[in-house]
Design a protein around this ligand. Structure first.
Ligand code: SF4
Length: 260
């Protein structure tokens, strides 16, 4: 990867922090000039010494799956029992140890109504978090066979917009993926594809996974949007888009008037 000039190594699991080779892998990758993103459920970081050890490894970003601010919802989504307080403690310990932390919040039918409350919870409990990514459910693996998990865009949109507004007011950076920008209201500029197009990043994966619909013709955002995910149309029966007539193409954050 280093020779190919990829730049970023994403270490995913299982649970990465259980690997006895983790230190060797991170050290080697950094020595080769790669940036390292470590994906974890944060449970092992509930032990302060383990969190401090992890933070000292030199990973550039800890990407933590944080599915809900409610214990019961957390347990249902993760298929675990009683892990919420450990996960929250893990995030706090990593932040305290100086790690850069991103929270990944997968949006599904099981949690979308709680998006604003989740944003409030994160602002109150995790000051210093680098950013939150709200990722609409992808139709992969088990999710594809359980299409009821995917809420209609129109249903989740108002909750997502409210959550983004609250993040802006709290000074937490937030980005969104896998729901088209036309469902993000005035926060369309927080869509990951919009941001990548604006700064010239690689968008090849998005182009593969998504497809514009006939309704996208004439949308002001179409130069920075690749449309809905292809499999969402299958899962939802039909996918609607909301072409945006005219807007300024900027990705400022927080939006005007939202500075804390
Ligand atoms: S209408 Fe189409 S091009 Fe415009 S934001 Fe929505 S999905 Fe993207």
């Amino acid at each position: 990867m280093a020779a190919a000039g990829d730049g970023l190594l994403v270490i995913s699991g299982g649970e990465t922090t259980l690997s006895p080779d983790l230190k060797r892998i991170v050290t080697f990758a950094r020595r080769k000039g790669l940036k390292v993103e470590l994906q974890t459920n944060a449970l092992t970081s509930a032990y302060p010494r383990k969190a401090a050890w992890l933070a000292a490894l030199g990973a550039d970003l800890f990407n933590i799956n944080f599915p809900s601010h409610k214990s019961a919802v957390n347990d249902r989504i993760t298929g675990t029992k009683g892990t919420f307080s450990l996960r929250a403690a893990g995030v706090k310990n990593l932040l305290k140890a100086g790690a850069a932390v991103r929270l990944t919040h997968i949006v599904s039918s099981l949690n979308f109504r709680g998006l604003p409350a989740f944003a409030r919870y994160a602002a109150k409990n995790f000051p210093g978090v680098k950013y939150i990514q709200f990722s609409y459910l992808k139709g992969l693996g088990g999710a594809l066979e359980n299409s009821w998990l995917l809420p209609a865009y129109t249903l989740a949109s108002p909750f997502l917009v409210k959550a983004l507004e609250l993040c802006g007011k709290s000074g937490i950076e937030a980005v969104v993926d896998h729901i088209p920008p036309c469902f993000l209201g005035r926060f369309y500029g927080r869509h990951i594809d919009f941001i990548k197009c604006a700064n010239g990043s690689d968008t090849s994966l998005s182009r593969q996974e998504k497809r514009r619909l006939p309704g996208c013709r004439g949308c002001a955002l179409r130069t920075r949007c690749f449309g809905p995910r292809k499999e969402h149309a299958v899962m939802l029966g039909a996918v609607l888009v909301r072409p945006v007539k005219k807007t300024a193409l900027h990705a400022a954050w927080p939006p005007d008037g939202q500075r804390p």
